[in-house]
Design a protein around this ligand. Structure first.
Ligand SMILES: *[C@@H]1O[C@H](CO)[C@@H](O)[C@H](O)[C@H]1NC(C)=O
Ligand SMILES: *[C@@H]1O[C@H](CO)[C@@H](O)[C@H](O)[C@H]1NC(C)=O
Ligand SMILES: *[C@@H]1O[C@H](CO)[C@@H](O)[C@H](O)[C@H]1NC(C)=O
Ligand SMILES: *[C@@H]1O[C@H](CO)[C@@H](O)[C@H](O)[C@H]1NC(C)=O
Length: 387
């Protein structure tokens, strides 16, 4: 398809693409569901399942209260989208690569850490919570994981120890998932003007692309790539904004300028994934428009009976102060307040102002699994087939 696209003019190409999509879709669903032998994930807090808790301070209670009934290294009251992906492809929840206790890597590993960016940032986690494990470092972790597990698998004799390790041949039969980029934008909103940020997006995307190419060279074949969400709809973006100017917010109360940057990032990401598809002849690359799923929920909260999407379930966020979920802090009148959870997290979209509730994550999962928001439009169950 790559050659045809390049040599033919726009109109004909569009027709051919359309036919291919329709045929591809029919063909994909006739095939048997993929049997992924593992799951390897790269990302930030949207898909961290214990990385940042292992490397730094554990995420506190009441994170985890809905599903795990204890804090479980996730920035949510329960499961994150990656957990639903694992369930959907029939694999156990992923252990964080950085977790040294109780980890089981037989079916993959999670390299994501809360606060991660694609580009390396020149700041420490103690300033604004940016993780030192940027995507390039997560790739190092992957490479080390792969080479060490190969050695170990051959060395260890006990079935118990072996059952904690992936088989070497399973790496190329695994699904490689990505959900990263949101923090590159949040750092940029803090440190750059719009023009500088626009000029930087190609470099961010190019570093993402290098990571995918690298994994492909290492044998990875199936890639499931989430685009970045509507960052301007996160309640945290609005905490300190009083009396916004006309046009600053869109009709759903989201910061339009920030969402526009996310949309530009996603446009370039999608183009790059299309290019990668031509460059990597054996790769099945699925670009997933998670942005639309997330924005879709925000625009449907009223009709579907959810709480106001700008209301935060966990934490104290009022005119007289902000105390984060699970933290203690002093508000204007001098009282100490605990950032507690609301009574009904299942009705909330936002868990802590930055991250979604398990309920919202589950809703997003149901939107993206059937492929209606993917390019090509294949369901998760068929993401191993190259169209
Ligand atoms: C970090 O610093 C290095 C060296 O000064 C520079 O090349 C790089 O662009 C900086 N990264 C960011 C994201 O600002
Ligand atoms: C690790 O997980 C795999 C898959 O769920 C399971 O078969 C194996 O028994 C587990 N190993 C241990 C030691 O728990
Ligand atoms: C301070 O404000 C909080 C929240 O409005 C309130 O619950 C508390 O009673 C106040 N404390 C004092 C000492 O006024
Ligand atoms: C995919 O799932 C969503 C959410 O359940 C639904 O609205 C949509 O119609 C489905 N699309 C297809 C092609 O099945």
């Amino acid at each position: 398809m790559g050659c045809i696209s390049i040599t033919l003019g726009g109109g004909l190409m569009a027709v051919i693409t359309l036919i291919e999509v329709v045929v591809g879709q029919a063909a994909a669903t006739e095939k048997a569901a993929c049997k992924f032998a593992g799951l390897y994930n790269f990302g930030d807090s949207n898909s961290d399942t214990g990385g940042i808790s292992a490397a730094f301070e554990p995420i506190p209670w009441p994170y985890g209260l809905t599903f795990f009934k204890k804090s479980a290294g996730r920035d949510s009251d329960g499961r994150v989208l990656l957990d639903f992906i694992a369930e959907q492809v029939g694999l156990p929840y992923l252990s964080a690569y950085l977790n040294s206790i109780g980890a089981n890597f037989s079916h993959g590993a999670n390299f994501a850490t809360g606060g991660s960016t694609i580009r390396r940032q020149n700041e420490t986690i103690f300033q604004y919570g940016i993780s030192p494990f940027s995507l390039d470092v997560q790739i190092w972790h992957h490479d080390q994981f792969k080479s060490r597990t190969k050695d170990l698998y051959d060395q260890v004799k006990s079935p118990f120890e072996r059952s904690l390790l992936p088989r070497h041949e399973d790496f190329s039969k695994a699904l490689y998932t990505f959900d990263i980029g949101q923090n590159d934008l949040s750092v940029a909103f803090r440190t750059m003007n719009d023009e500088q940020l626009r000029a930087t997006i190609p470099n961010i995307i190019s570093q993402f692309s290098s990571a995918v190419e690298h994994l492909y060279k290492q044998g990875a074949r199936s890639f499931w790539i989430h685009n970045t969400g509507p960052i301007g709809c996160l309640p945290v973006s609005l905490f300190y904004i009083t009396n916004p100017k006309q046009g600053y917010l869109d009709k759903n109360g989201c910061i339009k300028g920030q969402n526009d940057m996310a949309i530009e990032f996603n446009k370039q990401l999608k183009e790059t994934v299309t290019k990668l598809r031509m460059q990597l002849p054996e790769a099945a690359l699925t670009y997933v428009d998670l942005y639309s799923a997330k924005y879709g929920l925000i625009s449907k909260t009223k009709s579907e009976g959810w709480a106001d999407p700008m209301k935060v379930c966990c934490g104290y966020h009022e005119k007289d102060g902000h105390v984060w979920c699970g933290q203690k802090g002093v508000i204007t009148n001098g009282s100490t307040v605990f950032g507690a959870a609301c009574k009904n997290p299942e009705l909330h979209v936002s868990w802590d102002g930055v991250h979604h509730t398990e309920g919202a994550n589950h809703w997003f999962a149901n939107q993206i699994f059937n492929g209606s928001l993917s390019d090509p439009p294949v369901p998760l169950s068929h993401a191993c087939y190259r169209n």
